[in-house]
Design a protein around this ligand. Structure first.
Ligand code: SIN
Length: 307
């Protein structure tokens, strides 16, 4: 019989540290179920001291669903099609120019340009700076709950357009434009999403990808998005994680947004993490409001994509 997991909440609304498990080995069914339940409840769960190889990372992830290709647009680690390299230098290869920094700059939910954004992401720390480089997550269900019923009701009728663009103020380099053109992904998603497992509603706004609200004038859309983006990143909805070698962050991509550290280019230390994502479903809003593809194909399971 397996030992029960120890689950230690890290913040009021989001984030728990799980210990008492070795992720290098296949997990008993009851531990998989307990981890899955903790993920739904705490939105992002963390493990420390799990020195996984790429193969073990893949093996761990497969116990929770089908895996996508590392990244549908930006590819994968050579020899490991399901693994995406989250390297310190990746943005420098894609963009140039001074970034326009707003409070919500960099916050995003993974690959929401796709009609079926990944259900979850599993990020593994390998080379970690001695200081700096923390990641933050926010609970989009808590953000939804904190809005007035009147605004919630209005938002539940709306959908927003998600696409890949260069960060505000920056220009995409050739590599970025070529890759985005080769795998074009543009989708309309409900602004309020109903979680397929818990039935809970979240304010499904992904600042990095959500460019406009359908049916509003550009000015209305810009101002409402600014309000919502500022709202979802309030500190009380968030948790901040300090990485260590062998740490794992596993988040529910259907109810969270996260912020990769913005200070990396100024940090004189390397940082290398690896990410695996689980295939997601097509978001559904309140009253059956569905997402709609504007361009591109769904992100399939890696094996199915080959086949
Ligand atoms: C990501 O956005 O998936 C990466 C987060 C990070 O680099 O901390």
């Amino acid at each position: 019989m397996s030992h029960p997991l120890h689950i230690e909440p890290l913040a009021l609304n989001i984030g728990a540290l799980i210990s008492g498990v070795d992720l290098r080995e296949p997990l008993p069914a009851e531990q998989v179920a307990a981890i899955r339940q903790a993920l739904i409840q705490w939105k992002v769960i963390f493990f420390r001291d799990q020195p996984l190889s790429h193969e073990q990372h893949i093996g761990f992830a497969r116990q929770f669903g089908e895996l996508t290709v590392g990244h549908p647009v930006f590819g994968s680690v050579e020899g490991y099609p399901e693994v995406y390299s989250v390297s310190k230098t990746r943005f420098g290869k894609r963009f140039e120019g001074p970034k326009l920094i707003r409070p919500w700059t960099g916050w995003h939910t993974d690959v929401t340009a796709a009609i079926n954004p990944p259900a979850a992401s599993i990020l593994r720390g390998v080379t970690i700076p001695p200081f700096g480089g923390d990641t933050q997550w926010t609970n989009l269900e808590a953000a939804y709950d904190a809005l007035s019923p009147t605004l919630r009701g209005f938002l539940e009728t709306l959908r927003g357009e998600h696409r890949f663009t260069a960060p505000e103020g920056m220009a995409g380099k050739r590599e970025f434009h070529d890759k985005v053109a080769a795998r074009e992904l543009v989708s309309l998603h409900p602004l309020v999403r109903v979680h397929p497992e818990s039935g809970r509603r979240s304010l499904y706004v992904s600042p990095g990808f959500l460019k406009r609200i359908d049916g509003l004038t550009p000015r209305e859309s810009e101002q409402l998005l600014a309000l919502l983006f500022e709202h979802v990143i309030q500190p009380e909805f968030t948790v901040r994680f300090k990485w260590s070698e062998g740490a794992i962050a596993f988040w529910d991509n259907r109810s969270t947004a996260h912020l990769a550290p913005r200070e990396l280019t100024e940090l004189n230390h390397d940082r290398q993490l690896y990410r695996i994502t689980l295939v997601g479903d097509i978001p559904v809003g309140v009253n059956g409001l569905h997402s709609e593809v504007l361009a591109g194909e769904p992100v399939l399971a890696y094996a199915a994509a080959q086949g």
